[in-house]
Design a protein. Sequence first.
Length: 120
Amino acid sequence: MKAGIEKDWDLKCENQKPVLIQRFYKKKLRSTKPYVDGKLHGILRVYYHESGEIECEIPYERSKKHGLAKRYDKAGTIVAEQRYTNDRKYGNLKIFSSNPELKGKNSKDQFFDLCNPLDD
């Protein structure tokens, strides 16, 4: 961990298995990850650090992306949606923002991967 960076976790368990992991950064909620039977299951949420507003929501079933993922701007407006089925993209990414930065190939290919906190 880099010097000066605060990183905290809150782990809620039932029967010695996690049911919810909350990540905090500088004492502000950064993400929530729900679990069922030890597997990521439910809606993973990532929050903007500055405001606490939701940045993205990604539904999971048994640790696989499954359902309609949504990304929001800092004002809380949906800027993109991507449907997943069994951890694979299903259909086209829908971008609702006029921001040209969001319409670039790199942003499109990694739109939801970039807000996914699973690697932390």
